[in-house]
Design a binder for this molecule. Structure first.
Ligand code: PMP
Length: 385
């Protein structure tokens, strides 16, 4: 008998179709890579210097479990300044990426069989996190005509007596959708009516090109039933630093902190020092990058709409486009693999984000304008053949 006996519940664990494309794309020379969901910019040198300075000054010991207070104050000031959200340092927990925030929330809240209603297509790490913590995922398909979100009625229909948490992500990965105030209000009403908790992933809040970001927690009666997930990976190009946070009611954070003790015991001190500097000094840089992403998504959406069989709605947020490619006669998996082979352009099939992503692909505009132009030329050429 082999000594490595994997748990039964993980025995059929497979890499996602996203990972398969990543791996195949890595072997392609002269690739136009539109598959990467992270900023192409490096972290600003000022942020790196702040972390290095802290290291040299001896900030090298175990961190406070909830995160440094000065950083938690900066997070509060950021959300007040940008989105009018009132919150306090006690309601913030620093985590190892936004990912750990979500994981701890599911771990803290789910009993076996509890249902989590998730707007789909979505960042599918949530599916695994819910399932690994004994919960049941109930996907609610988005409607393209509703800005790529389910309607409040769609959510309402998915709710059962076992539903405990509703997950929503705006601006959305992969669709680029941005909730309007009215849509957010409709979702909040469903949550209140059925006494649900909401995990609101707002990690792309800085990148909005139409409308305004509405923090779910800022709506009446929502702060006490919402955990906002955010971080520095996207807004401040700090994916590799692995730092994010949760904003949530203190009674939830208390359990999440206790759970985190045996997992990570706090967040890298230097990442925290870099992040505090970032929030205090980088608003103009974030704004400039947002303008750059907007230029990119608008350019690519324009180009995509001239290609046979492809339609792309007006970009609204994040750095993603989610065009409908069903008019090309290929399904999204076939299309992504065909494009990689014929045009050396990597995109992610929509179904990698859940079944309702069928007929779409995710295009990440995380290349500079010259490289995006090359990618669009290649795609156009392959589709016109
Ligand atoms: N939420 C969404 C919607 C994401 O796209 C990502 C990263 N791709 C995350 C959360 C996690 O980000 P991180 O752990 O790097 O903070």
């Amino acid at each position: 008998m082999p000594a490595v006996k994997i748990a039964d519940r993980f025995s059929s664990l497979q890499p996602s179709s996203m990972i398969k494309i990543f791996q195949a794309a890595a072997a392609v020379e002269d690739l136009s890579n539109l598959s990467i969901g992270e900023p192409d910019f490096h972290t600003e040198p000022g942020i790196v210097n702040a972390a290095a300075k802290a290291a040299l000054e001896g900030c090298t010991h175990y961190p406070p479990l909830q995160g440094f207070e000065d950083l938690r104050k900066e997070i509060c000031a950021y959300w007040k300044r940008h989105h009018g959200l009132e919150t306090e340092p006690e309601s913030i927990l620093l985590t190892v990426g936004g990912l750990q925030a979500a994981h701890l929330c599911f771990q803290a809240m789910l009993n076996p069989g509890d249902e989590v209603v998730i707007a789909e297509p979505c960042f599918t790490a949530y599916f695994q996190q819910v399932e690994n913590n004994g919960g049941v995922v109930v996907p609610v398909p988005s409607r393209e005509e509703n800005g790529f979100f389910p309607t409040a009625e769609d959510f309402e229909k998915a709710v059962t007596p076992r539903t405990k948490i509703l997950v929503i992500n705006s601006p959305c990965n992969p669709t680029g959708g941005v909730l309007t105030r009215e849509q957010a209000g409709g979702i909040a009403d469903v949550a209140k009516r059925h006494d649900l908790f909401v995990l609101s992933d707002e990690i792309y809040e800085a990148f909005i090109y139409a409308g305004k970001h509405v923090p779910l927690a800022s709506l009446p009666g929502m702060k006490e039933r919402t955990m906002t997930v955010s971080g520095f990976s996207k807004s401040h190009c700090m994916t590799g630093w692995r730092i994010g946070y949760a904003m949530a009611p203190a009674e939830l954070l208390k359990v999440m902190i206790t759970l985190s003790v045996s997992q990570t015991y706090g967040v890298n001190t230097l990442a925290q020092k870099g992040a505090a500097f970032a929030l205090a000094t980088q608003d103009e840089k974030v704004k400039a990058r947002t303008a750059e992403y907007e230029k990119r998504v608008r350019y690519c959406a324009g180009r995509l709409n001239t290609m046979p069989g492809v339609t792309c709605p007006e970009p609204r947020g994040a750095f993603y486009l989610f065009p409908d490619i069903s008019g090309t006669g290929r399904n999204d998996e076939e299309f992504a693999w065909w494009l990689l082979e014929k045009a050396k352009v990597a995109v992610i099939p929509g179904t990698a984000f859940g079944a309702s992503g069928a007929g779409h692909v995710r295009i990440a505009c995380t290349l500079g304008m010259d490289d995006l132009k090359k990618a669009m030329d290649r795609m156009e050429e392959a589709l016109s053949r």
